[in-house]
Write a protein that binds this ligand. Structure first.
Ligand code: FAD
Ligand code: NDP
Length: 312
């Protein structure tokens, strides 16, 4: 029987592991084996330079940052299994955790830190130019030199798309907000922000279909969905803002999720609708979605799990 199991291995999972291990809870982490198509270590393993994580004034590569977090978890006594959790049984305590390999574990407390996956469109050429002009995070990548004073495209019509477009106007010469319909889904206030910004141009009923370029992205083939015509558009950036998918399928409804599949937590805490089960990071946060906010909520989850174990 484990005191604490942590599922997931991004910044939130590792911060929870470091705190729990230092509290002598001997946490067991399932870091995943290409869970959701992403390597152990989570979303940051798919990116290059991180410039906004405190403590690294020169920047740090995403994989290196996650390798350092993993080493810190191990140093303090966390145990790490490279397995993906397939299902959990939260109907009674102790909680049961079953991996894809069929191994079964019990725990008195559980922290879910399985993150979210940014949706991609999988257009032709996307893999070649991923992180070479194509990204799913303007806040993370927008300031890179390849986008400075260039034309960049943001795909999507929701609040995130407008927020990302707005952020990119600080660096790009022009931002094209490309939306598949004739009306934005974003709130009225956000729509106004997009319409009023002279650097943002909206391209209605259009989607990208192919990424073009040599080493870096230099253009797109785009389809006008009304006329069903394809044309070329010169641009150096393509940012997807078409939503995220929280990694909660393995919970199969045993915890309350919101309408988009994110785990519901009591505001200001990591407490889920099941006492003794805590959630942290992007799996319960559709707003901030940053490494540092995930790490902060991982700390909260570990402290709350420690208190729960002490009281029960
Ligand atoms: P994640 O990083 O999503 O990791 C969770 C991981 O847990 C999964 O990836 C997987 O390995 C594992 N897992 C999932 N399901 C299971 C399961 N069933 N069993 C076992 N393991 C499982 N943020 C910044 O602050 N600065 C940046 O510069 C930055 N750049 C980014 C660049 C890109 C391309 C992307 C996609 C994101 C970027 N972000 C950045 C956002 C940041 O990566 C996330 O906010 C952060 O990683 C979320 O951490 P997390 O702990 O919630 O989970
Ligand atoms: P949303 O689901 O709200 O919007 C996704 C957008 O992407 C939609 O406009 C959708 O088009 C478009 N889209 C989806 N799939 C495709 C595709 N395959 N091809 C082309 N376009 C596609 O996601 P967001 O991330 O914008 O927002 C998520 C939640 O977070 C929302 O509740 C939002 O309000 C909130 N949020 C709030 C912020 C704020 O208040 N400042 C900031 C960011 C997010 P269509 O409209 O046609 O469906």
């Amino acid at each position: 029987m484990q005191e604490l199991i942590i599922i997931g291995s991004g910044p939130s999972g590792h911060t929870a592991a470091i705190y729990a291990a230092r509290a002598n809870l001997k946490p067991l982490m399932f870091e995943g084996m290409m869970a959701g198509g992403i390597a152990a270590g989570g979303q940051l393993t798919t990116t290059t330079e991180i410039e906004n994580f405190p403590g690294f004034p020169e920047g740090v590569s995403g994989p290196e940052l996650m390798e350092r977090m993993r080493a810190q978890s191990l140093k303090h006594g966390a145990r790490i299994e490279t397995q993906t959790v397939e299902r959990v049984d939260l109907s009674r305590r102790p909680w049961r955790v079953v991996t894809e390999e069929g191994a079964s574990f019990e725990a008195k407390a559980l922290i879910i830190a399985t993150g979210a996956t940014a949706r991609r469109m999988n257009i032709s050429g996307e893999d070649k130019f991923w992180q070479r002009g194509i990204s799913a995070c303007a806040v993370c990548d927008g300031a890179l030199p390849i986008f400075r004073n260039k034309v960049v495209v943001v795909v999507g019509g929701g609040d995130s798309a407008v927020e990302e477009a707005s952020h990119l106007t600080k660096f790009a010469a022009k931002v094209i907000l490309m939306h598949r319909r004739d009306e934005l889904r974003a709130s009225k206030a956000m729509q106004k922000r997009a319409f009023d910004d002279p650097k943002i141009e909206i391209m209605w009923h259009t989607v990208p279909v192919e990424a073009l370029g040599e080493k870096f992205l230099s253009g797109l083939k785009v389809r006008d969905l009304k006329n069903d015509t394809v044309s070329e558009l010169a641009c150096n950036g393509l940012f997807y803002a078409i939503g995220h998918q929280p990694n909660t399928a393995f919970l199969s409804g045993q915890l309350e999720l919101d309408e988009m599949g994110y785990i519901k937590t009591v505001p200001g805490t990591s407490q889920t609708t099941v006492p003794g089960v805590f959630a942290c990071g992007d799996v319960q946060d559709k707003k901030y979605r940053q490494a540092i906010t995930s790490a902060g909520s991982g700390c909260m989850a570990a402290l709350e799990a420690e208190k729960f174990l002490h009281e029960h």
